[in-house]
Design a protein around this ligand. Structure first.
Ligand code: ADP
Ligand code: MG
Length: 339
């Protein structure tokens, strides 16, 4: 199978939204009047972001999911994406499963594959997504306005929320790399979160005009919340007693030794939730006056949200227990170039 047959067979699909899809030198998108293009890229490298022998179907899903998650964080509606793919060889079984996983998620979000590049080389997947967001909205300086939810809008007194559950992807990684042991039911739940994250696109759209700032959680809650704090020039306190309960696998620990059953340790649970990474949930802020609106956005998007803390004027990210007592923050987020 040659390069062009491969593209034709696995990556060429009807693209009703695009003016022009796969097959020419460029794809063409027509933006609707008053809409801005939201653009984001994410690369997945074998051995770095996934195990080389991972199920190609889940890999296809995840490669697009992590990109859709960025659109979700901005409150952008997905339109299209491009796929740059380096493959060690052209295995039909691998390509079929990969493109099935990729394109079924694309279909679910109405996001069309409109182009890309294909080359031989160590397995590497780079996707660029294109979304749309209305232009008429908050104006900053001389820039035209936007309804996109930015990292920079958090204000002192705003509530901090997260969507869904956190920490399970990291918990699965710990188990799959043999550092901890998990009951089978807990591992199944955690592994599903690692391999098939759900991009929170519906929630992001519902939060437009309600959230003051948002980011998606790819490197860990504290790190990604830290990005909001930096861009907003604010600080925050996060409640660790609420946070620790966000681990979905919790419900599947059946041991008898207290609250955590046979989970390795509450310390590890908190580490996973606060700094585990690979969650692809949203962390967002909203004024207290928007609490009912946030609940409504959660309901209409069928996405659970949990209030986990508050934005403060004093810079820095603080942790507190349920009674407000300070908890030492020793939870480092993932950094590819950490010394
Ligand atoms: P060029 O040589 O101009 O870069 P290519 O010959 O690489 O173009 O690609 C031919 C067409 O196939 C282009 O429209 C390109 O966008 C598309 N394409 C290449 N690889 C992929 C892929 N993995 N998925 C989707 N479209 C692809
Ligand atoms: Mg090319």
């Amino acid at each position: 199978m040659g390069e062009f047959e491969l593209i034709q067979r696995y990556f060429t699909r009807p693209t009703p939204k695009a003016v022009l899809g796969v097959g020419d030198d460029c794809a063409l998108l027509q933006m609707a009047a008053g809409m801005q293009l939201a653009i984001s890229s994410d690369m997945l490298v074998a051995g770095r972001h996934f195990f080389p022998d991972v199920d190609p179907r889940t890999l296809g899903h995840k490669a697009l999911a992590v990109n859709l998650s960025d659109l979700a964080a901005c409150g952008a509606r997905p339109i299209a994406f491009t796929l740059a793919l380096a493959l060690p060889d052209a295995s039909p079984a691998w390509l079929q499963a990969f493109s099935d996983g990729l394109l079924s998620l694309a279909d679910a979000y109405g996001c069309e594959l409109i182009g890309g590049d294909t080359t031989q080389g160590p397995l590497n997947i780079c996707i660029t997504v294109f979304g749309e967001v209305p232009a008429n909205g908050v104006q900053r300086g001389t820039q035209p306005g936007t309804q996109a939810i930015l990292r920079s809008g958090a204000q002192a007194g705003d509530d901090i929320y997260v969507s869904g559950t956190l920490g399970d992807a990291r918990l699965a990684l710990e188990a799959m790399q043999g550092r901890i042991q998990l009951p089978a039911a807990a591992l199944a739940v955690a592994r599903q979160r690692l391999e098939q994250p759900t991009p929170r696109v519906a929630l992001g759209l519902a939060l437009r005009g309600i959230a003051s700032a948002a980011a998606d959680i790819s490197d860990g809650l504290l790190g990604d919340l830290g990005h909001i704090l930096e861009r907003s020039a604010r600080g925050a306190t996060v409640n660790t007693e609420i946070a620790i309960n966000l681990l979905a696998a919790h419900a599947h620990f059946t041991g008898s030794s207290g609250q955590f059953g046979n989970i390795p340790s509450p310390q590890l649970a908190l580490q996973c939730v606060l700094a585990g990474g690979d969650d692809y949930e949203l962390v967002f802020t909203a004024p207290a006056a928007q609490r009912a609106a946030v609940q409504e956005a959660s309901r209409t998007s069928a996405t659970p949200v949990t209030r986990i803390g508050q934005i403060e004027a004093a810079p820095g990210l603080r942790l507190a227990d349920g009674r407000g007592a300070a908890v030492a923050n020793t939870y480092a987020s993932f950094d590819h170039f950490a010394p």
